[in-house]
Design a protein around this ligand. Sequence first.
Ligand code: SF4
Ligand code: SF4
Length: 481
Amino acid sequence: MKYPFNYTKRFKEKDSVYAFDYAHLALAELDELYNDCFDYYEETTSYDNLLKKWSEDEIKEATTSLEELFEEGYYFSKDEVNYQFLEDYNKGLISLPPVHQCNLQCSYCFADQGKVFHGEERSFTLEQVEKTLRFIYYNYMKDYKKYRIDFVSGGEPLLNFDVIRHVKQVSDKLYEESKKPMELWLCTNGTLLTDEIIKYLDENNINIGISLDGDESQHDLIRRDVTGQGTYQKIVNNIARIKNNKELTRHTKDIWGLVVITSKTKSLVEILKHHESIGLKNVQMKIVRLEKDSEYAITKENLPELKQKYDELFDFFHEELNTNSVKYIRMILNDNDFAGKIVRRLLLRYVVQNRCQAGKSKVSIAANGDLYPCDSFVGMEEYKLGNINGELKKENPFLKLTIQTNDPCSNCWARYLCGGDCYHNSCLVNESIYKPDEIICEVEQHVIRRALIYLNDLTNRAPSQHEFLVELLEKRQNMLF
Ligand code: SF4
Ligand code: SF4
């Protein structure tokens, strides 16, 4: 075989056939002749069969131009491709939930409103904060050049605001000592944002992400307080209070909208429109991670509906190109949005080998000092990595886990854009961090196909917007954080 390495995935979408080179993230629309020639190179048809349909000259012209591409290493190549993975291994990601307790009772909460931590210490003490951060900074993650702390899930961080303040003081001290910067992010349910707290966050440059699942009916369906009351109005009022306060910086006003997609989600397009209408410019829409018997989970039965919702979303992005606009797609171009991360990687021509950095450059610290790969694993003894007293497990299975080492992923055409399933989701669904959830794989592959076609359309119909988005993302990528 002249070209032993095949990096081609062909697929049909609407009336067109495409060939995707998943090593170089290149896409070509194929006419019938070229599609038949790909059959020939994949050895699913013979030259004699081609001759029954096409003249010798036609075949020659097509195979000559294809082989020019193959000689450059595209689609079929003589040598194996050397990948350049651009994941950022310089940043240590630390998740520090100040308290495992919540004032809401959202029906899909993975932490069961903090109750999964029963019997364990639920709240960080001020003394623990310094000890913990020093351990992370000077021991567990000492080789990193910069850090990010997330006050995040497993509870509502603002229920223990003193810990947030203290983390900020300690991180300033550590910066003075080491000159290694620390970025702080607060992910909150948005109900407890008082003027005093907002002022503090603003003065201390703490980024804010607020959970908001859509309009009032969509959001309040699931995100209610302990008395069963919807929380939408309170949150939207708080967002407006921040947006309208002239004394606050743009940094604080740039609130991120955090959305969980469930079986009850009605429309992704409407969520984006809604969030844009209340001034949220950056949105992350993530698929819920739950056992399949939960009424909110994405299952075999409701999978077609979710795919349909992603179709509507991409149709909407194609439509906005009619007016040379990229306003809405721009909102999701981050590495946490399920569809946006794929478009982002395609724009930056950036292949990945991991779903996330859990257990590698990411760690979650529980209030009792135990270390876990990420928040979702907190309380799962089997996956504990150690504790802040320096007692670390000898084997950390996450370190070796990549799309190349994980069987189903290592043979999947979507791997370099997907990076693998969320390890916690794999555990919930298949009781193993090594076995991806097939339902999510199907959504992922569907979204990748749609994202590829969108990118083609963007490049052809709105080249200046394509350039603008690439520049924007490169600028963000090159910024320290
Ligand atoms: S789609 Fe599924 S099998 Fe393919 S890389 Fe992603 S998680 Fe792995
Ligand atoms: S394992 Fe899943 S929940 Fe944890 S960081 Fe990775 S993607 Fe997120």
